[in-house]
Ligand binder design. Sequence first.
Ligand code: GDP
Ligand code: GDP
Length: 456
Amino acid sequence: MSRSRLPRLVIVGRPNVGKSTLFNRIIRRRVAVVESSPGVTRDRLYHEAEWEGRRFEMVDTGGILFTDEDPLLEQIRTQAQVALAEADVVLFMTDATDGIMAADRDLADSLRGIGKPVLVAVNKADNPERDSWAAEFYALGIGEVLPISALHGRGVAELLDRVLELTPESAEPPEEEQRAARIAIVGRPNVGKSSLVNAFVGSERVIVSETPGTTRDAIDTEIDFRGEKVILVDTAGLRRRGKVQGSMEYYTALRAQRAIERAGVALIVVAGSEGQTHGDKRIGKAAHDAGKACVFAINKWDLVEPPDGRPKKRSEAKIDFTKDVRDHFPELSYAPLCFTSATCGTGIDAALQTCLEALENSHFRVPTGALNRIVRDATYDHPFSRKGRPLRIYYATQSATAPPRFLMFCNDPELVHFSYKRYLENRIREEFPLEGTPIRLEFRSSPGKGHARRGA
Ligand code: GDP
Ligand code: GDP
């Protein structure tokens, strides 16, 4: 089974040339066009984007976490290595107002001969006069030069056109594969991701096939679980050694994000025997922001709970741990917890089953009548007003699934407060099987009430 992956654009350039500005602009554009991911964070390293109906992936190397002590030259080498390892097309960003700097030359030198198309985007060309400044960058001898303004959007469409001309055509995954349940196994190194995959595969289940995934970052393993085809997207077992130092966390986060984007449900693995760390938080938030169903596997539970542990102690430990996880991942309050031991083989089937249920819930469709009844009751029980103006919700409807998304037509979206949104979300959750899936509430001015304002 071979499957193409999305073409990948890697953005490189010294600090402050405008990499993240461009990245964010392209994300917004994509969101505006396909309207699929509200609430994406702006600090992402990796994102899927779409231009002219073609999808591609973007990597912003500006997101690599360097420390202040890391010399610029090292940062540039690391970027070049990322480009070499990841890119189909490299977008080399420079700054028209600075002209060619020493660091631009270093970066050009390290990109020379990597055998990939390079586009030189000369940024901050905010007006036509500055376009002419861009020509000097041909002196770098690295690739075609395009003046752009990431801030104002000048030249960005032309740039993306060029990017797509240079990227290989990608085929959408076959429909069969889109239907299979895809579970991304994510988490910090050493929490037991590979061990869990091995446990999931188990001896009693048939491995239909094991193929390297669509990227070099993850291994896809296909299993049959209770008659259902399940694909495990495993980010473990891949370690980048040696040269790219200090960017381990970057790679972990990047891989996790990618695996998550390709999956329907994220199994966030946390080691029950250790406290959580920053890395976990970031991965959990990425799964939530991507709108995927989420389940926690609290692994290495054998180390917390001795097999002969007294029943009372066991349940106490579970309660304590659940509380910790809830405190640590506040946005993931809907994600169920599974307690597993990959090495002892406990909790394994339950974890898979929970993932499949969460995935199914993310496709749930709430009947419109029932939804409106709940919203009406909820607003009746707790009316809400701000600055003396009552919020009125006239009509609610579900506009999408995976994740379920609800449009609420109201008198003024700006009246909606975060806490009230949370309250309505909880009321909806109480009535329908939505465990394990994020849901989105979006408020719009009611049609016919004049301006179509969007907000909240
Ligand atoms: P990065 O370090 O390469 O990711 O750079 P940033 O995206 O953080 O941008 C650095 C600074 O340049 C910010 O203050 C941006 O507002 C500014 N900037 C980015 N793009 C443009 C542009 O097209 N024109 C102008 N004038 N400023 C820009
Ligand atoms: P990964 O980096 O997340 O893929 O973690 P691994 O699967 O490589 O596991 C890291 C270490 O933890 C290995 O030594 C495993 O044997 C151990 N380990 C994994 N799962 C469990 C578990 O459930 N219980 C115990 N006691 N050890 C585990």
